[in-house]
Design a protein around this ligand. Structure first.
Ligand code: FEO
Ligand code: CA
Ligand code: CA
Ligand code: CA
Length: 751
């Protein structure tokens, strides 16, 4: 998200609140492995792969039960009664799975325009903006913003983010179907001052306790709670065959908000750390929150994330009522005493205005009662999880999967599955100096679980091993397990004694500290190449890199520089990647390099990847390998926006160690991937001024690409001229109705 970091000049809440315009939560106090001593080692050069010649996703997915690579639209039944069980891969499988040899579209130029621009031959349409009714009978959004807070339980929420298109046959999941589908997306946060009819209204009470001195209106908080979460929207292909329309009133249309009851599953369920006045069993909470990037499960459910949940909680003065370990656990996640939230102040409306039990008090984590069952001190611990939703089961509660750890989850990407092997998920913790994780399931994969919904999630996501990544200077890396009783993760740890696995997972950051994990430059999205099986992570930027003693440059985070006098640190970000040992995603070691350094092309000392005007970028964030192996990169930037708005690029990466050893301007040796050129990375789309481009999914026939636009400036997305700008989805199709990037596939392959 942008509003709480230094990436974007569009404030979402009245600047008068001095709203942490510069805050990305950074509460890592440790001095973990940072490579003070640089050891330059000879690179183990491998066969250089240029542009992926000869590799196809089909080859990579060979172990999967792909059911055909034709160009049909798969509107027909898959042969097993309409369900998806048993004979289909969860990855989209229709269409041409051969990767293009080169990118042939004409690059989109830098733009600071108020409107979006897309590559020639393509059409980009805004759909599903904030406030769009999902059922009949709800009045349309109006720019006066007078829609009731409650009505947002039936409308699109704010700040559309990660999403996935689930193909549908009848009422069931079919990963090959494109005529009909469920578009499921996150609503990450709210632009408060553009959501309420009153703007960002504050009532001052100088006599109140510090975290209550600025109080908000109950209706405004309720509206904001309802504008967070997830939307499920049924989409059907238009009669002209190009693009989609929402099915108003579909039985699948659904909002899950920061008030919807969710179950907590896995090792943390039932722990004392989660018990609250609302749920003394420690197995339930109300709401999912700050849902950022998204993921798909191999069995066909939606994985949403909880990222900056810190920002909606308040904490008063209660340290004296808590143990040192309890205090440390909170502070390691950013919640110090007298923390009044990030301006949301959801805990502040008068209790008398609550319409459900403790509607506002539940956002106050202060220990005020006699025990944890008398207050919401543990409410904070019920957020920060990968959360599974079955879009095909509209009545099922979301399940928070605690085995995958609690931190500022950005997204969740599964490695290609193989029968009889564990299921592996990769994840990043997006804060400055936080870590990269993976989860390896205990249960081994069976193709028969495709389409089995949350019960498959129970099988694969509740039991397994969570690991954290260590990047060594020599290009090797290790995964260390966050397992109670191993490597000091026990009661002997003096900073935070770990009593059990639940404590390790709830305070995963503190456990990863103990393991010596490598502090990264804000890990954002993860995606796994279907061509090489290598794993890519955007490291969006980090102003603390090289500027704070606890985050010196290291080989995996090797840049720190003065960006034209505007900022220091790693201002433009990079994309790291690795290959698991022997191609086994459950392995505990890997080889890594840096696929791409983002930079303005004229910032020559930092432009290590050789970008030019047609492919330079800053602050990579969203990341998505489509099933053909094309890598899509999105930006959430503030460092280069004087030259260009945020964007979407297409890329054809090689593989780890296809480049050279390089020394950065900070004097740090690093491992740089193959140089960029206009065949292997190119700008495809530029968003409207002020926005972030995020969230991406493609239909199984590859004919429609959906992306999201957050917090646009000016009046982009407004219902009336000059009205309230709104976040929305953008639907991109080829004007001739062909598949996305068809012009690149049309080029004859060369050897
Ligand atoms: Fe929600 Fe880290 O972006
Ligand atoms: Ca970001
Ligand atoms: Ca975002
Ligand atoms: Ca992001």
């Amino acid at each position: 998200m942008t509003i709480f970091n230094n990436n974007n000049k569009a404030p979402s809440i009245n600047a008068k609140q001095n709203l942490a315009a510069d805050i990305v939560e950074d509460s890592n106090p440790t001095d973990n492995t940072e490579f003070h001593t640089i050891v330059s080692q000879r690179m183990n050069r491998r066969t250089v792969l240029k542009g992926g010649t000869g590799l196809t996703a089909a080859a990579f997915f060979g172990a999967l039960p792909l059911t055909g690579c034709g160009n049909d639209d798969s509107s027909s039944n898959n042969g097993n009664g309409g369900g998806a069980k048993g004979d289909l891969a969860a990855v989209p499988a229709s269409g041409d799975l051969t990767r293009p040899e080169a990118l042939s579209f004409t690059a989109v130029a830098h733009s600071t325009a108020q409107q979006m621009s897309v590559a020639e031959g393509y059409k980009a349409e805004m759909i599903l903006p904030l406030g769009t009714p999902l059922i009949a009978g709800v009045e349309d959004w109006k720019d006066n913003r007078e829609q009731s807070a409650e009505s947002f339980e039936q409308r699109m929420g704010d700040n559309h983010d990660g999403m996935w298109f689930f193909g549908k046959d009848g009422s069931q999941y079919n990963p090959k179907a494109s005529d009909s589908g469920l578009l499921v997306m996150n609503h990450e946060y709210v632009n408060s001052d553009k959501l309420s009819p009153f703007g960002y209204k504050i009532i001052e009470d100088k006599n109140a306790a510090p975290i209550f001195q600025e109080q908000r209106l109950a209706s405004d908080v309720r509206r904001e709670v309802n504008c967070h979460g997830v939307a499920v929207v049924e989409m059907q292909r238009r009669t002209d065959g190009k693009g989609y329309e929402m099915v108003l009133g579909s039985k699948f249309n659904r909002r899950i908000t920061s008030a919807t009851e969710a179950e907590i599953t896995g090792p943390v369920a039932g722990s004392d750390l989660l018990k609250t006045k609302y749920d003394p069993t420690g197995t339930k909470t109300r709401g999912i929150n700050n849902n950022c990037g998204a993921g798909l499960s191999p069995w066909g459910t939606y994985l949403t994330t909880e990222e900056n949940f810190l920002g909606v909680f308040g904490r008063g003065q209660d340290a004296s009522k808590l143990t040192d370990a309890q205090n440390y656990g909170r502070e390691r996640y950013g919640a110090k005493e007298d923390f009044a939230s990030w301006g949301y102040k959801w805990h502040t409306p008068p209790a008398k205005d609550a319409k459900i039990m403790d509607e506002f008090a539940r956002w106050d984590m202060t220990a005020v009662g006699a025990t944890a069952l008398d207050d919401y001190r543990n409410g904070f611990n019920t957020f920060g999880y990968i959360t599974e939703i079955d879009p095909f089961d509209p009545t099922a509660a979301p399940r928070k999967r605690s085995a995958l750890g609690r931190f500022a989850h950005e997204n969740c990407a599964f490695a290609p599955v193989a029968e009889g092997k564990p299921v592996v998920f990769y994840m990043g913790d997006d804060s400055r100096g936080e870590y990269i994780y993976k989860f390896v399931s205990k249960a081994n994969w069976s193709n028969s679980d495709i389409g089995r919904g949350l019960s498959a999630g129970d099988k694969y996501m509740n039991d397994g091993t969570l690991y954290v990544a260590i990047f060594n200077a020599d290009g090797s890396g290790q995964w260390r397990p966050l397992t109670h009783g191993q490597n000091g993760l026990d009661t002997t740890n003096t900073v935070l004694p770990f009593n059990d696995q639940a404590e390790v997972l709830v305070f995963a950051r503190a456990a990863a500290d103990v393991l010596g994990a490598t502090k990264m430059d804000r890990p954002e999205w993860v995606s796994v190449s279907p061509v090489t099986g290598e794993v890519y992570v955007t490291l969006t930027n980090n102003k603390y890199r090289g500027t704070r003693d606890d985050q010196p440059v290291d080989s995996a985070n090797p840049r720190s520089y003065d960006n034209r006098g505007k900022a220091r640190g790693n201002d433009n970000g990079h994309i790291i990647r690795w290959a698991e040992k022997a191609g086994d995603h459950a392995a505990t070691s890997f080889d890594w390099d840096i696929y791409l350094f983002a930079a303005p092309s004229d910032l020559s000392a930092e432009n290590l990847s050789g970008l030019d005007n047609n492919n330079d970028l800053s602050s990579p964030d969203g990341l998505y390998f489509d099933p053909r192996g094309v890598l899509w990169i999105q930006t959430d930037d503030g460092a280069y926006t004087d030259t260009t708005n945020c964007m979407l690029l297409a890329a054809l990466p090689g593989k780890v160690n296809d480049g050279a050893i390089k020394t950065t301007s900070a004097g740090q040796s690093t491992r740089l991937g193959m140089q960029a050129n206009e065949q292997n990375i190119k700008r495809f789309f530029v968003g409207p001024e002020g926005c972030e481009v995020t969230g991406i999914t493609m239909t199984p026939d590859f004919k429609t690409l959906f992306i999201n636009i957050q917090h646009p400036g000016n009046a982009w997305g407004a219902a009336s001229d000059g009205g309230t700008p709104r976040s929305a989805t953008v639907m991109i199709t080829k004007e001739d109705g062909d598949v996305i990037l068809a012009e690149s596939f049309a080029k004859p392959a060369t050897t």
